[in-house]
Design a protein around this ligand. Structure first.
Ligand SMILES: Nc1nc2c(ncn2[C@@H]2O[C@H](COP(=O)(O)OP(=O)(O)OP(=O)(O)O)[C@@H](O)[C@H]2O)c(=O)[nH]1
Ligand SMILES: [Mg+2]
Length: 484
């Protein structure tokens, strides 16, 4: 049996957006061609897609890093850059996606169900797209955004028809090995099975899968033993089969108390998934009792004794031996019938083919808070302001002016005034800090910035504010004579 990896951490990075291009159309005898820089292509996304042909997360175990293609930069002559290629990672049906903190982001059920694991960065606009009536020939373009990166945890919950429930060494793996072609490890010490094994059982016209789940012990629902990891594999099984060891040598155990103890664990287990898979609660899942090891004389005797008592619960009871193979035919028929009935009552979930995206954050707003590390300073947070900062080529004054206009239109300047920001206050947005220069001390309207320069924003490395202010004053004076 191939190795079964049911939990991996992966690191996904989407592609970066291509930079926009700043270019001016050139043609013989037409010196004043318009801007013709194309847009950068968007970066590729990282997508997780359910593929029924994939059964384990093993590949991710060996290759935990996934990176989608970058968008190409725009070019002159209005040529847009190509979009970066999406990276599609195939995952098994029943994969649960969690973030690094363990919260569930998505539960991928059904072939084709897709989860957008990381979104590609947007391509930057070229100067052709940035042209407007007020800014006829922009001498700048926007930078491409970096693709999103993050760590994700993938967990596989076996999607088996029958889940075997039992104490360690009850014979679960032995049973799977004689009912199917699977060859799980079998040994006479507890917790032999450390990860579930799936077996495919064929019985007359029926085919169903059976999951050999690691042994459960009292306290499993609170994480004891190998606890929760295993209970979670039972969540998706249609039928739960108690495998009871009738020949245990432990004096404080017998079939009835074994079943009671494990039923208590099933009842206490809080499924991590919503009960929206048509399966309902674990407690209501159909049950079957398998009394194992009746090839041992004491086992057969004990089975005789407990059977009438167990029959009161109304669950079908089968006496078998995984070693002598007694009783297996009847058991297989019964399981096949239960699975068939269950499937008829719960039609298979339609492949949803849905694309699941991480919860959309509010993109419209922004917040301004005092900077705890910088007296008199402020921090501006928000998807848009932060994106705009990332799109700005700070070595181009015109690009910086465009940024200032955008921030102003969003209301960042007003908010800073409202919060009492003084001219020259260090304001941080994303990775950049600059000295704030209010444009409208007298309530004047902001003039549309001309080509090449802007006085409101300047990249700041947080050193020598007075010195830079002086430099800016000088530049401003110089510019005064500029022909614009
Ligand atoms: N005599 C007898 N021994 C059995 C039978 N079924 C299993 N055993 C033995 O019981 C021991 C445990 O069997 P496993 O199949 O590994 O038990 P398990 O329930 O998978 O145990 P864990 O993986 O530890 O939870 C092994 O030594 C088996 O040979 C049976 O029907 N009769
Ligand atoms: Mg086992």
């Amino acid at each position: 049996m191939s190795r079964f990896v049911d939990r991996v951490t992966i690191h996904v990075s989407a592609g970066n957006g291509g930079h926009g291009c700043s270019s001016v159309h050139r043609e013989k005898f037409k010196p004043l061609g318009g801007p013709d820089g194309g847009n950068g292509g968007n970066g590729g996304n990282v997508l997780l897609v359910v593929d029924p042909q994939v059964h384990t997360l093993l590949d991710f175990h060996f290759r935990p890093h996934a990176k989608a293609g970058n968008g190409s930069p725009g070019q002159g002559d209005n040529r847009d850059g190509a979009t970066g290629e999406d990276l599609v990672l195939k995952v098994p049906d029943g994969t649960v996606v969690l973030d690094a903190d363990g919260s569930i982001l998505a539960d991928l059920v059904g072939a084709g169900t897709t989860f957008e694991a990381a979104q590609g960065g947007r391509g930057g606009l070229g100067n052709a797209s940035l042209a407007s009536r007020a800014r006829k020939a922009p001498g700048f373009a926007l930078l491409g955004e970096e693709g999103k990166e993050r760590d994700l945890v993938l967990e596989l919950k076996s999607v088996a028809d029958v889940g075997l429930v039992g104490f360690p060494s009850a014979g679960k793996s032995s049973l799977v090995s004689v009912l199917s072609a699977a060859k799980p490890k079998i040994a006479d010490y507890p917790f032999t099975t450390l990860a579930p094994n799936l077996g495919v059982v064929q019985s007359a016209g029926d085919v169903f899968t059976i999951a050999d789940v690691p042994g459960l012990i009292p306290g499993a629902s609170t994480g004891r033993g190998l606890g929760l990891d295993f209970l979670r594999h039972l969540e998706r099984c249609a039928v739960l089969a108690h495998v009871v060891d009738c020949a245990t040598l432990e004096s404080d155990r017998d079939p009835i108390s074994d079943i009671d103890a494990l039923e208590a664990e099933l009842a206490a287990y809080q499924p991590a998934l919503d009960a929206d898979h048509g399966l309902g609660d674990l407690a209501e899942r159909p049950r079957i009792i398998i009394l194992n090891k009746i090839d041992v004389p004491e086992g057969a005797e004990l089975a005789d004794i407990v059977e009438p008592e167990l029959a009161k619960r109304g669950w079908p009871i089968f006496r078998i031996s995984a070693v002598s193979r007694e009783g297996l035919r009847e058991l297989t028929f019964a399981l096949a019938k239960m699975v068939r009935e269950y499937r008829e009552a719960h039609p298979k979930q339609q492949a949803r083919r849905a694309v699941i995206r991480p919860k959309a954050v509010d993109e419209t707003g922004f917040t301004v808070i005092p900077d705890p590390d910088e007296p008199g300073g402020f921090i501006v947070r928000g998807t848009r302001p932060e994106r705009w900062i990332a799109q700005t080529a700070f070595d181009n004054d015109e690009a910086v002016g465009y940024l200032a206009d955008r921030l102003n239109r969003l209301g960042v300047e007003d908010e800073l005034v409202k919060q009492g920001a003084q001219p020259g206050a260090p304001v941080t947005i994303g990775a950049v800090t600059f000295d704030w220069e209010p444009m409208t001390p007298m309530g004047d309207d902001v003039p549309i910035t001309g080509r090449g320069t802007d006085i409101r924003l300047d990249r700041n490395d947080r050193a020598g504010a007075a010195e830079r202010k002086e430099q800016r004053r000088l530049r401003r004076a110089e510019r005064h004579g500029d022909v614009e």
